[in-house]
Design a protein around this ligand. Sequence first.
Ligand SMILES: [Mg+2]
Ligand SMILES: [Zn+2]
Length: 183
Amino acid sequence: MAKVVFLDRDGVINRYPGNGNYVTSCRGFKLIPGAIEAIKKIKKGGFKIFVVSNQSGVAKGKYSEKTLKQINRRLNFKLWLRKTSIDAICYCTHSNEDNCSCRKPKTGLLDKAISGLEEKIELSFFIGDSFVDMVTAQNFGAKTILLLSGKEKLKNRKNWLFEPDYIFDNLLLASNFLLNNYA
Ligand SMILES: [Mg+2]
Ligand SMILES: [Zn+2]
């Protein structure tokens, strides 16, 4: 049986580029302090980690799939330096109008990410910084962990569609929680 953590990318691993903005280059990909350590801890806790990220800037021509691959290489290298890794990084590069089956809050990207898993999933969490992520998690049946390191802020709480299962300031604090309770 597998334990799985889905991670959003922007605002979770790297700094949120701001509403309506995108990370359009490797230079714009700035890691949030503690993110690599957090990934290492989650892996140590026996979880598979899948990054699932909407990147509609590709469909809009703001950057290319090649840029996304360069960013992946950079991230994977930093993980390798710390002797850890992510199991897969999956992107939806479509725009809303494409009406694809992978753009969050649809679950196609998650289905794709886990398609190589041989074991059944016994426990899954989705860690994200937006309510699109939280709704995606619910659609999939994963527990919801909202981080306040990106798009969503506590002051919007009264407008939230629902209360996430857990809320943390950043990925490192979420990883400590997972390690302490689900390792
Ligand atoms: Mg995000
Ligand atoms: Zn898509």
